[in-house]
Design a protein around this ligand. Structure first.
Ligand SMILES: Cc1ncc(COP(=O)(O)O)c(C=O)c1O
Length: 350
């Protein structure tokens, strides 16, 4: 059984957190002269002269209804990227600790490690983009603080084998972070139900993908009360702005619309995969549990550049391990997908 406190950095264990004006007084009053805000208001309407709720209570209450998890198990960040950054700050000693990633995967686990001076060890996914537990086991040592698992994985699109993830959870005492940014597009279930069993499990989700709110910046971490408490102690006090909090709260009422969009994207993804796989230059369209496709195509770089010249931007992932000649293509609108297919067909024929 993991002892989360023993994983913490010493300086974080001893930290006396910043107490904001909103922390020190939370009752009802009508004259607020405690936070050095502009008492005259804002130059725009509605006014944003007051600091936002540092604990985002209303959003967490709504998320409790949607996710079935009490607020004490929910942390909100300025995108999942902030949650990733804070996990390093809390648990990884620069120049001493290491983390493990499974390339090809989402780039911020590594970039954030470099920012924090933390060593990154790589257990590449197999040729079928599954976890390689033997390689992983050989990399773990006393200083391994986090194993990052991205499922469904970016850029490969597949959900990773659940039993293998459970094996990691059952055998590793550091933090296991499962990034579920694309979970809403997957046939596989979230690991949220597993939180009660594993005190070292952290699940990341985001409103940037299925919820269609990338511009608002709202990431979620779900974990044991202890881990959530640590993240709350070290975060910048007002990390989610007032406008974001208001708009997110409105959006979280729209579950029906979001579910419709998810269904539509999944339907278009499957159709796009089928049509792209018929192109003669395409050797493989990888199975996707996400809102994008990884496509292995002859002369990927040249095709990428032709697409750009036609005003269509996809991602060339050819330099990622195991992804030679691969483009990552986000599912677009029907018109955008048709245009992409038409352009790809023309390139392939000429
Ligand atoms: C796997 C994964 N995690 C996290 C993110 C970033 O999420 P956010 O917009 O919440 O910072 C992305 C964005 O592409 C992603 O692919």
């Amino acid at each position: 059984m993991s002892d989360i406190n023993s994983l913490l950095r010493d300086n974080i264990r001893k930290l006396i957190p910043y107490a904001s004006a909103r922390d020190e007084f939370s009752g009802s009053a009508h004259i607020f002269l405690d936070a050095n805000e502009n008492s005259l208001g804002s130059p725009i309407s509605p006014a944003y002269n007051r600091y936002p709720d540092p604990h985002q209570v209303k959003i967490k209450e709504r998320l409790t209804q949607i996710k079935g998890l009490p607020p004490k198990h929910i942390f909100l960040g300025n995108g999942s990227d902030e949650c990733i950054d804070l996990l390093y700050r809390a648990f990884c000693n620069p120049g001493k600790d290491n983390v493990i990633i499974h390339p090809p995967t989402y780039g911020m686990y590594e970039v954030s490690a470099h920012i924090h001076g933390v060593d990154v060890r790589r257990a590449p996914l197999t040729v079928n983009f599954e976890l390689d537990l033997e390689v992983l086991e050989g990399l773990v040592d006393e200083q391994t603080k986090i194993i990052w698992i991205c499922s469904p994985n970016n850029p490969t699109g597949n959900a990773l084998n659940r039993q293998q993830i459970e094996t990691i959870l059952n055998n590793f005492d550091g933090l296991v972070v499962i990034d579920e940014a694309y979970i809403n597009f997957s046939r596989n279930q979230s690991f949220i139900q597993e939180l009660t069993e594993y005190p070292n499990l952290v699940i990341l989700q985001t409103l940037s993908k299925a919820w269609g709110l990338a511009g608002l910046r709202l990431g979620m971490a779900f974990a044991s009360e202890l881990i959530i408490d640590i993240l709350n102690r070290i975060k910048p006090p007002y990390n989610i702005g007032q406008a974001t909090q208001e708009l997110v709260l409105m959006a979280l009422q729209e579950t029906t619309r979001v579910n419709e969009m998810i269904k539509e994207i999944v339907r278009m993804r499957n159709e796009l995969a089928e049509k792209i796989s018929r192109l003669s230059s395409v050797s493989r369209v990888y199975p996707s549990d996400a809102n994008f496709l990884l496509v292995r195509i002859k002369e990927a770089r040249r095709i990428y550049e032709i697409l750009i010249n036609k005003g269509i931007v996809v991602r060339d992932r050819s330099s990622a391990p195991g992804c030679q000649d691969c483009l990552r293509i986000t599912v677009g609108t029907k018109e955008q997908n048709d245009k992409l297919l038409e352009t790809l067909t023309q390139i392939t024929i000429s």
